[in-house]
Design a protein around this ligand. Structure first.
Ligand SMILES: N[C@@H](CCC(=O)N[C@@H](CS)C(=O)NCC(=O)O)C(=O)O
Length: 138
């Protein structure tokens, strides 16, 4: 009896571990209305807004395009490296609710949701990015 109870407990702990290990980051966190409002203001008050993560290759491609190829200055872009911020997960959750996009990079120009890296690169390939950046930085 004691043995089967211990076994059940071990099985329960193991199941919780597996759920957390493999599905934990997939559970989407809900952002508070205050966070959503704060992120909306950050998007509105900054002509170019990029939510990023330092280890993300798609983010690094976006940052290369903006800062190296387009030669934007650091002070022209609000860059949030979410993985280095205490409230990064909350900001990411707010962005998911505002834009429907949970992944990073998440780019806005002049308050308009551009999307992720592939969307930004597509804008560049179509020749429309320069025009938009020119308008943003005028
Ligand atoms: N197609 C997307 C891919 C972006 C993507 O998969 N980003 C990963 C990080 S490299 C992500 O956001 N994963 C979920 C997370 O970090 O919460 C793009 O071009 O931006």
């Amino acid at each position: 009896m004691e043995f089967s109870r211990t076994l059940s407990l071990v099985a329960l702990v193991f199941t919780l571990f597996i759920i957390r290990r493999f599905f934990g980051s997939g559970f989407s966190k809900m952002a508070s209305p205050q966070s959503i409002q704060r992120v909306r203001s950050l998007i509105k008050d900054n002509k170019i807004f990029v939510a990023s993560k330092t280890y993300c290759p798609y983010c690094n491609a976006t940052l290369k395009l903006l800062f190296e190829d387009k030669k934007l200055r650091k002070d022209q872009v609000l860059l949030l490296q979410l993985d280095t911020m205490k409230d990064g997960a909350e900001i990411q959750a707010a962005l998911a609710e505002i834009s429907g996009q949970r992944t990073v990079p998440n780019v806005y120009i002049l308050g308009e949701h551009i999307g992720g890296n592939s969307d930004l690169q597509a804008l560049e390939s179509s020749g429309k990015l320069d025009e938009l950046l020119k308008k943003a930085l005028a």
